[in-house]
Design a protein around this ligand. Sequence first.
Ligand code: HEM
Length: 393
Amino acid sequence: MSEPLLFNLWDKDFQQDPYPTFARLHAEAPVLRLEQPDVWLLTRHADVARALRTPTVYSSAQGVAYRPGAGGSSMVAADDPAHKRLRSILSKEFTPGTVKSLGARIDEVVHQLVAQVAATRADGGFDFATLFAEQMPTRVIGAYLGIDPERWADYRRWSEVFNSAAWVEEPDLEVLNTAIGEAVQCFGTAMLERRQHPRDDLISRMVTAMDEQGTLTEIEIIDFCSLLMLAGNATTSSVLNHAVLLLLAHPEQLAELRRDSSLIPAAVEEVIRFESPVQGFARRLTEDVELHGHTMRSGETVVMMFGAANRDPAVFDNPGTFDIHRNTRQHIGFGSGPHVCLGSWLARSELRSALAELIPLMSDWSIDADAVRRRLDLPAFRDLISVPVRWTT
Ligand code: HEM
């Protein structure tokens, strides 16, 4: 008889390899009540997608963290009409066209970091997670927003602290309050400066929207700067780290990508499907919902496991096989419905540009799989802390 299915989302063995549990949940318990945290868990693609597309029942108003209210006050933690208003003001900054115009800036960040990676050849190795994956998204978002380069390391640190506060079992409130104070001061100072001396950056454009059109408030600008920091950092880093691990583990697919770079966009989508950076976000029910024989009550928390939905065999054949040629159109790694990732085109552009430059180097890399370290304290995210690469030639 197999083990009972009771488990804790913070369990480190589960986070290390959640996929056998997801397979059992798909088959045996597509709706599961957990005790720690006290939530309902949805894992099937159809159920997760339906929940994401029914925001009047599955509400974001109390945030997407497992504890109600821990998700901050930005657009991700709002329902319509507040959500629609904020999203319509800011979405034009993230369209495929706007992102295309950022291409040169993204390429510049990638060139600089690839040069640093190439310079480690003489040392024999480097940690991809810290030297490249952590750095790239912070620099791209920092430059786009208009955060001065000397604050980029702080920007990354604040994103870590804010993320931990929302998701770890016992957040350190003192560290959180210090980071909030520093971040608010940094964003507030940037807003004051841009009012005097506007630049070609997002903070300047948001200040103009506030002063001239009255469409945003100071608090909303600060919330948005914080949201971008949270939403764009750990997620994009995770795809970079997993892309390196997966492509080195599948040398035939790496060789194909090297021969034909037009396959890179498909490879990016498959990495996001296979190792979804956002594993599971929460919603609160606004009414009772009957699903697969369970009654989930109004006010209760439902966690939608994107990572499990993207491994659902009802939608993806052999979901545990990494295959850059598979049809990934239905993956929901960027979410779905009204809160679908605002930065998906920015992320795709960053990831495609980075892989185009990294892939030619990767055939000279090997990874000591035992030395790879996974992040095991934030169950909502799947990321790696250390990806030690050795140069083989
Ligand atoms: C591969 C990288 C990324 C992944 C996998 C990802 C994933 C997601 C997911 C699953 C959501 C939906 C949240 C929900 O339904 O509650 C989301 C929302 C969001 N993402 Fe991303 N994201 C990525 C990169 C980025 C980047 C680079 C940015 C911007 C710099 C960004 C900005 C946002 C914002 C602002 C939202 C909230 C949208 C809303 O509430 O309407 N993301 N993302």
